[in-house]
Design a binder for this molecule. Structure first.
Ligand SMILES: O=C(O)CCC(=O)C(=O)O
Length: 383
């Protein structure tokens, strides 16, 4: 992707630059980053798990090699090329049927450049109560950009193959148990000089007041970085906030005097790093006025016990009670991803997903399977 000239953060430029510098220093002092390491039980090394549970996020360095990043980049560029020419258009800029033109499930989220479409609104159950500062975009910026896409695995085999990466799935099993289940998957696109803010929020909805609530009840998101991410364009997290229940975001912003929360730190990644972020952690990201692209391949996972028999939905898909059949149907994506990856990387040991192995279920990734992927994210398990 091409770099664009950076635009300024308006009246907040100086304060923002200082915040980014100080946040970056705090982030590197946390001790929650390094290569993937496993213990004798095949699960993530205990030091990594302890660090993840202490901070609410962890950066796995160097998981995806350049060859795989090239594959992902080609997939993302193809997706971007097929986007509707403008919001609501049935065709792309080449006049072809646009990506997702025939999808019922939510796929494309648009924003004015550098704006904050959710902050301070009732959207998504009002979980983003405070609007972020909205810098002014360049005069020649488009009216709107797509900054978030859901259900992306139906549009790109490259993204599906990454979803089946053995480390991605081993990390999921280490944190959520061998019977972990999918939640949703997404692409966050933060274009330089255009990428929208995602206002401070916590992701969980259903379990905050459950008697067995704990620091892992609402699962986690994995954020694989195509180009890396910086303090300026990355997600910020308040370390430890995933343990403290619901945050009073309005009060925290009022106390700070701006949305620059003093305890928050940025997730800093190189290309190919994968960050894991607890969905209960207070997190958000600022408008991308930097010159750097961020493309995050976001893959969410839950504990099975957090979704089985639970009534969820409303944010990523229609409300539903998630019974065993629903979970099995949505989990097919894991089976397809593992097989898609096996076909591309025949010398790599494929991940064995225990629920399928125990039930003797196998999946084959081919055109027939591809045809069943349309609108698969109607089954996203949003808790
Ligand atoms: O990538 C971003 O900017 C925001 C990510 C986020 O809020 C999420 O995954 O819940």
């Amino acid at each position: 992707m091409n770099d664009a000239a950076s635009v300024q953060y308006g009246s907040e430029t100086a304060a923002m630059q200082q915040y980014l510098r100080e946040g970056e220093a705090r982030a590197f002092a946390l001790g929650n980053r390094g290569p993937v390491r496993y213990g004798p039980d095949g699960k993530l090394h205990k030091d990594i798990l302890d660090s993840y549970w202490r901070c609410g996020f962890y950066v796995f360095e160097g998981v995806l090699p350049q060859t795989e990043l090239d594959d992902i980049e080609a997939g993302v560029k193809d997706i971007m090329d097929r986007l509707p020419s403008e919001r609501g258009s049935p065709v792309d800029k080449h006049g072809r049927p646009a990506l997702a033109h025939d999808c019922k499930a939510p796929v494309l989220f648009w924003s004015k450049p550098l704006a904050d479409p959710f902050g301070g609104t009732d959207l998504a159950n009002g979980r983003h109560p405070v609007k972020m500062f909205e810098p002014t975009a360049a005069a020649d910026a488009p009216q709107e950009v797509v900054y978030l896409m859901l259900g992306t695995l139906q549009f790109s085999d490259a993204l599906l193959r990454t979803y089946g990466h053995p480390d991605v799935l081993r990390i999921a099993a280490s944190i959520n148990g061998d019977d972990f289940v999918p939640f949703t998957d997404a692409l966050f696109i933060k274009e330089p000089g255009k990428g929208a803010s995602v206002a401070w929020h916590q992701d969980g909805v259903t379990h905050w007041n459950a008697p067995d609530w704990d620091e892992g009840s609402h699962g986690f998101n994995m954020m694989a970085q195509l180009y890396g991410c910086t303090a300026a364009n990355g997600v910020w997290v308040v370390p430890g906030s995933h343990k403290r229940g619901r945050a009073d975001i309005k009060a925290q912003v009022a106390a700070a005097g701006s949305e620059r929360l003093p305890d928050a730190v940025p997730i800093i990644c190189a290309p190919g790093d994968i960050a894991v972020t607890n969905r209960q952690a207070l997190h958000g990201s600022f408008a991308n006025t930097s010159k750097d692209w961020r493309v995050t391949v976001n893959m969410g996972f839950h504990r099975r016990k957090s979704v089985l028999g639970v009534s969820g939905g409303g944010l990523h898909a229609a409300p539903a009670v998630y019974d065993a059949a629903h979970i099995a149907e949505r989990s097919r994506l894991i089976g397809y991803a593992i097989d898609a990856r096996r076909q591309r990387y025949p010398n790599e040991a494929p991940y064995v997903y225990k629920p399928f192995a125990e039930a003797g279920i196998t999946h084959r990734w081919d055109d027939a399977a591809r045809a069943t992927m349309h609108d698969y994210n109607l089954l996203d398990m949003s808790i």
